[in-house]
Ligand binder design. Structure first.
Ligand SMILES: [Zn+2]
Ligand SMILES: [Zn+2]
Length: 277
């Protein structure tokens, strides 16, 4: 199998999310040890249905922080993992606000749903997780949920990093030095910096510092979508010399000796998975 990411959603921020201008379903990671859903926000379930992905095959779920564009579908994903709450299996990873609640945020997963999973882990920056045999390093972020974190996934063919929502700082970028693929939340376009998020200008600084083989924009807000994420990404590529693309919903990345991009197959019509009663 190797390592494959299906980008269920590439939207982010309040307005993209509430109007579902793009999906905000997060990422499905299929690796040699299992299947991990990262940040299942609104749209995750719908997108999995469209590509005929049976969520009872998911093994673990990871929620970076307690904002709805990252967690709203997480409890249903846990119901999938546990085959409707009947089989105690799977592992839930979340920041302190996600699992316990803190500072008026969360918890965003109920005690019932934590209880049906086989286990759960609260992570903090600096931690190293073993997610179904895959090493995942937890990194620091600067965000309005102060417990938010970024992640480095270790694959047989280098590392893939998901930065998650943060402001730009050199020290934030430096945590990802050496990464092969950089998945970067770029909420706003060039000249539109907002608090606790990155704009295209920040993406230039970030990518120029880390110099990955490939950078992918995700978490696109409504203003950058209107401006055209592809041209924003092209301007970053021109400025940094690093291959940079704007992610799109249901894009698939296979990380092998080569990096391969494709699109998941979308199906219409009635689908009732075999695992359903
Ligand atoms: Zn967000
Ligand atoms: Zn956020």
């Amino acid at each position: 199998m190797g390592f494959r990411i299906t980008f269920l959603g590439t939207g982010g921020g309040r307005h993209t999310t509430m109007y579902q201008i793009r999906s905000t379903g997060g990422m499905l990671i299929e690796h040699d040890g299992g299947r991990l859903h990262v940040d299942p926000g609104p749209g995750a379930l719908t997108q999995m249905h469209r590509i005929r992905y049976d969520l009872t095959e998911t093994d673990s779920v990871l929620v970076s922080h307690c904002h709805p564009d990252h967690y709203s579908d997480a409890e249903s994903v846990i119901e999938g993992i546990t085959r409707g709450g009947w089989v105690r299996r799977g592992h839930v990873y979340g920041s302190p606000t996600v699992i316990d609640g803190e500072g008026g945020l969360g918890p965003c997963i109920s005690p019932y749903h934590l209880g049906v999973a086989a286990g759960h882990t609260v992570f903090r920056p600096g931690d190293t997780l073993d997610v179904d045999g895959m090493r995942v390093d937890v990194k620091r972020a600067i965000h309005s949920d102060p417990t938010n974190a970024g992640f480095v996934f270790h694959t047989e063919h280098g590392t893939v990093s998901y930065v998650s929502d943060t402001e730009y700082r050199d020290e934030i970028a430096d945590q990802y030095l050496g990464t092969r693929v950089l998945i970067l939340p770029v909420t706003t376009p060039s000249g539109n910096r907002i608090h606790y998020h990155m704009c295209t200008d920040d993406a230039v600084s970030f990518i120029d510092r880390v110099k990955p083989e490939l950078a992918i924009f995700v978490h696109l807000g409504v203003v950058i979508i209107r401006r055209g994420p592809e041209s924003e990404a092209a301007s970053v590529e021109a400025a940094t010399g690093v291959r940079t693309i704007a992610g799109h919903d249901l894009m698939v990345l296979d990380v092998g000796e080569e990096l391969r991009l494709s699109d998941a197959e979308v199906h219409e019509g009635l689908w009732i998975p075999d695992s359903s009663p």
